[in-house]
Design a protein around this ligand. Structure first.
Ligand code: GCU
Length: 718
């Protein structure tokens, strides 16, 4: 039955907040005790901790390295010193270049020859029984230390000829959709499935920030270097972080800083009115610009390494420059100019669309919106503006084409935005390892096989392709991702969802890493490298889990068939007659959205060739996106040889079987993984099995009733 509350809230003034009704099943409880160690259990430090370690250098982040090594060596009987021993040769040297002992001069010259490494890069080598990490800055040394931790014993076995390591993206940001207050509909963390905020409680900053410190450490070990500490939908209390609550921002920044993470703030575009008592927030009004300059100066004084502002403007009820007849470039540049003197960045989100659409109007296509708004502005954004683009044109569905905006703004710094929190992908009750999707997006080549990939665009890597000449070749906009973390004992509700948090950091550091390599690293760190049964079971469960989720939920690129509001579980017609612009157009003859230029909304024309032609052509369009681009009869034969209707039935039956197989695999780990982890995963798998059956039966029944076409294998449909 449709959720009546969702129907009635569809036109509410704060739509994204209003869309959620009571979550089902109940959310995680906050756990004040020590959280699960995730990918940094003590055992992960065994190889490093049992060695003789020499550290050299000065500074806040070098102190962090020393502290980590001191803890590890205390636990595993190693030693740490910061002056060379005369008699004993160290097993591991972690040094800043200008403090490096003579004994590692060969690695120092390799580093100099490697070319500029940036603040976060390092060189790793092993020769003559000593492993050496050298960096020019503390951030690089910290990254190098965590790299050695990841390598474990293999960092101390064979020789390693000097290797250069540096992050592909300069900006690797996690966005928290955390509120200070508990929102009556959305809870404290918008789209959060892991309990309350790790930052805020009782209407203010938490008094005990030890969990934030643990979090900073996990993020640093995965590769994240920026964190936005509040929701992009900026409510009244959170707007105050910019002014009256600035001390809270400074306190969090103090916790993140020793781990090389800079703090960002989501701000309301209407802040001059809300906080400054002004009558306008018009970006062309000089008093408005001065207000932002003065406020930003104060922010910088309190947080000297402040990262910048994140802005959701003119989107889902948030204020923006449209109210004054200005555009996104006008708005973003005003903020950018306030931040520029301090090295700050504006992340301006491209998630802009009409959420008051008339479902009867087939010419308006939500998928087109971001491109239509932003592509014409290419070249108008200041250098310290990053346009933050969701990975697909709709909204973090399990299957979407890559957003065409990423290929449409060669003179703009672009970041790709991913969603680690599993809003539409099982809400951390279902296993859904998302790295395969992210990796597909980063590797997508909008201009075909010989052109640059999305990761070339987001890293700003020099490209041989003349169609993309970013002003500064090192100025890609990086990667941004919505965090899945909360006060839950396991950080992420589902313990296996930790893999997504780890993976997003690793892919941000190096988008060429394969999802399976990341999974192997994560499971070795988290569960230990010694037990092959645990490692292989966990890897098997996670590897195909995105495909499994897709199989029992979203056929052939049709998305958003979710329960309105909270977005959990099936709601096949949930959004079909709403103003949100997300429709499947199923009738008795066929299903899918005609987005062709020939007869549909023309969205295919937003892609460069060859994709514009491939998506336009029914015969070339990849099966998994067919219904995203085309409306076809149920009897249409796919490239796979199956018909659309039979594909829907088959995948929904097999998706449930795959979930059952996952649950059987997990039960084989009883006694092999910690009981609390075992029980939590077990509980979640039971819910996934229940929910997958619900999806299967509702989707199959719906399409059987619409089409009248029976399952050729005669399975039960209701
Ligand atoms: C989705 C989500 C909202 C969120 C929005 C955004 O629509 O449901 O809760 O605010 O994305 O990314 O801004």
């Amino acid at each position: 039955m449709p959720d009546q509350s969702a129907v009635s809230v569809a036109s509410a003034s704060h739509p994204s907040a209003a869309r959620r009704s009571t979550p089902h099943p109940p959310a995680c409880a906050d756990d004040p005790s020590a959280p699960h160690p995730a990918w940094l259990p003590d055992s992960a430090f065994a190889a490093v901790g049992s060695r003789r370690v020499l550290t050299a250098g000065e500074g806040l982040l070098v102190d962090t390295v020393r502290l980590e090594i001191a803890q590890a060596t205390a636990a595993f009987s190693g030693t740490v010193a910061d002056v060379p021993h005369d008699d004993t040769q160290p097993d591991l040297v972690l040094a800043l270049l200008d403090h490096a002992p003579q004994t590692v001069a060969d690695v120092a010259s390799a580093l100099r020859e490697a070319g500029p490494l940036g603040e976060e890069g390092f060189v790793l080598a092993r020769r003559a029984g000593t492993t050496v990490v050298l960096a020019t800055h503390g951030a690089g040394l910290l990254a190098g230390m965590f790299h050695v931790v990841r390598l474990g014993e293999s960092a101390f076995s064979a020789d390693i000829t000097p290797e250069r390591h540096a992050p592909a993206h300069a900006l690797r940001k996690l966005d928290h959709w955390d509120n200070i207050d508990v929102h009556p509909v959305m809870g404290q963390v918008e789209r959060g499935y892991s309990g309350g905020s790790v930052f805020y409680a009782d209407g203010g900053l938490r008094t005990d920030l030890s969990r934030v410190r643990g979090y900073a450490r996990l993020l640093a070990a995965s590769g994240i270097n920026r964190v936005t500490i509040n929701n992009v939908n900026v409510h009244a209390s959170e707007a105050l972080l910019l002014t009256r609550r600035l001390a809270d921002v400074a306190a969090l920044a103090d916790v993140f800083r020793p781990y090389g993470i800079r703090t960002h703030l989501a701000v309301s575009f209407a802040a001059p009115i809300l906080l400054g008592g002004m009558s306008t927030a018009d970006p062309h009004d000089s008093t408005v610009a001065s207000w932002w300059e003065q406020v930003t100066r104060t922010v910088h004084a309190a947080v000297p390494d402040f990262g910048g502002y994140v802005v959701k403007a003119d989107s889902e009820g948030q204020p923006g420059p449209f109210s004054y007849g200005r555009d996104h470039a006008d708005g973003a540049n005003m903020l950018a100019r306030a931040l520029a003197p301090y090295g700050g960045v504006v992340h301006w989100r491209a998630f802009v669309y009409d959420n008051h659409q008339d479902w009867r109007d087939r010419s308006t296509d939500r998928a087109r919106a971001a491109y239509d708004h932003f592509a014409p502005l290419d070249g108008r954004f200041d250098d310290n503006v990053v346009v933050q683009v969701k990975l697909g044109p709709i909204d973090f569905q399990v299957r979407e084409p890559v957003s065409p905006v990423l290929a449409a703004m060669p003179r703009t710094r672009l970041a790709v935005e991913l969603q680690v929190t599993q809003e539409y992908t099982g809400q951390q009750k279902h296993v859904c390892y998302l790295a395969p999707q992210w990796s597909e997006v980063m590797g997508f080549r909008p201009w075909g096989q010989d052109g640059p990939a999305v990761s070339d665009i987001t890293t700003g890597a020099p490209s041989p392709d003349a169609r993309r000449s970013v002003r500064d070749p090192h100025a890609g906009g990086g990667l941004a991702a919505v965090s899945n973390v909360g006060m839950d004992q396991f950080w992420t509700g589902h313990p296996l969802a930790q893999a997504n948090l780890y993976a997003v950091g690793r892919l941000a550091w190096d988008p060429s890493l394969t999802p399976s390599a990341i999974l192997a690293e994560w499971s070795a760190l988290t569960f230990g490298a010694d037990d092959p049964v645990v490692a292989s079971t966990v890897q098997t469960m996670l590897t195909g889990s995105r495909d499994t989720y897709e199989a029992y939920t979203a056929p052939l690129g049709v998305g958003f068939m979710v329960h309105p509001g909270h977005h959990y579980g099936p709601g096949i017609d949930g959004y079909e007659y709403t103003p949100w612009g997300t429709y499947h157009f199923a009738d008795r003859d066929g299903v899918g959205v005609d987005r062709t230029r020939a007869s549909g909304t023309g969205y295919t024309g937003q892609y460069p060739q060859p994709w514009a032609a491939i998506y336009e052509d029914l015969d070339q369009c990849p099966d998994e996106l067919l219904l995203f681009f085309h409306h076809v009869p149920y009897t249409h034969v796919l490239r796979s040889g199956s018909t659309v209707i039979q594909h829907i039935y088959d995948t929904h039956f097999s998706g449930v079987e795959q979930v059952d197989a996952m649950a059987r695999s997990w039960s084989g780990l009883a006694g092999l993984v910690a009981p609390d982890v075992y029980d939590r995963v077990q509980e979640r798998l039971e819910e996934q099995q229940r929910c997958a059956r619900e999806w299967r039966d509702q989707v199959n029944t719906y399409f059987f009733r619409k089409s009248g076409v029976p399952d050729e294998r005669g399975r039960q449909i209701f």
